[in-house]
Design a protein around this ligand. Structure first.
Ligand code: HEC
Length: 110
C-alpha cells in the first residue's frame, strides 16, 4: 500500500509526524493562503489539480493513516528526482502544518 514510504524505510526510523493544528478550523484559511503562495504554481490554486500525481486532495486516499507522515517527509525532504522541491529551512514547521491543515480540509473521501 505505501510502497514509496516502505521502500525508503522511513516508517522504521522516524517517529510518526503529527499535526499540532489537527481539526483547528481557524487555521484552514491561513494554510490555504500559504499553499496558494508557495505550492499552487505546481499543485494548482486551492489544490484543485486534475493530474492525480500532483493532486494533493488524494493524499488520504493514497496514504490513509500514513498521510501526515508522508506529507511531512515529502515536504521537508522533497522528491528531488521527481521535481518536488524540499522545504526544510524555507518554511517553518508551523507553516508546513498549517498547509497540511488546509489540505486535510479538502481531502476526497473514498
Ligand atoms: C516546483 C514544483 C513544485 C512545488 C513548488 C511544490 N511541489 Fe509538491 N510535488 C511536485 C511534484 C512534481 C510532485 C510529484 C512527485 C512524485 O511524482 O512522486 C509533488 C508531490 C508532492 C507531495 C506528495 C504527493 C503524493 O501523492 O505522494 C506532497 C505532499 C507535496 N508535493 C506537497 C507540496 C507542498 C505542501 C508544497 C508547497 C509548500 C509543494 N508540494 C510545492 C512539485 C512541486
Amino acid at each position: 500500500m505505501t510502497g514509496w514510504l516502505l521502500a525508503r524505510g522511513a516508517s522504521e526510523t522516524a517517529p510518526p509526524a503529527t499535526n499540532p493544528f489537527h481539526a483547528d478550523a481557524s487555521v484552514v484559511p491561513v494554510g490555504r493562503s500559504l499553499f496558494n503562495q508557495h505550492c499552487s504554481h505546481c499543485h494548482a490554486p486551492n489544490a484543485i489539480n486534475p493530474d492525480p500525481s500532483r493532486d494533493l486532495r488524494r493524499l488520504k486516499l493514497r496514504y490513509r493513516e500514513n498521510m501526515a507522515h508522508v506529507f511531512y517527509e515529502t515536504v521537508t525532504e522533497g522528491r528531488p528526482t521527481k521535481g518536488m522541491v524540499p522545504w526544510k529551512g524555507v518554511l517553518s514547521e508551523d507553516a508546513i502544518w498549517k498547509i497540511f491543515t488546509f489540505l486535510e480540509s479538502v481531502q476526497r473521501e473514498p
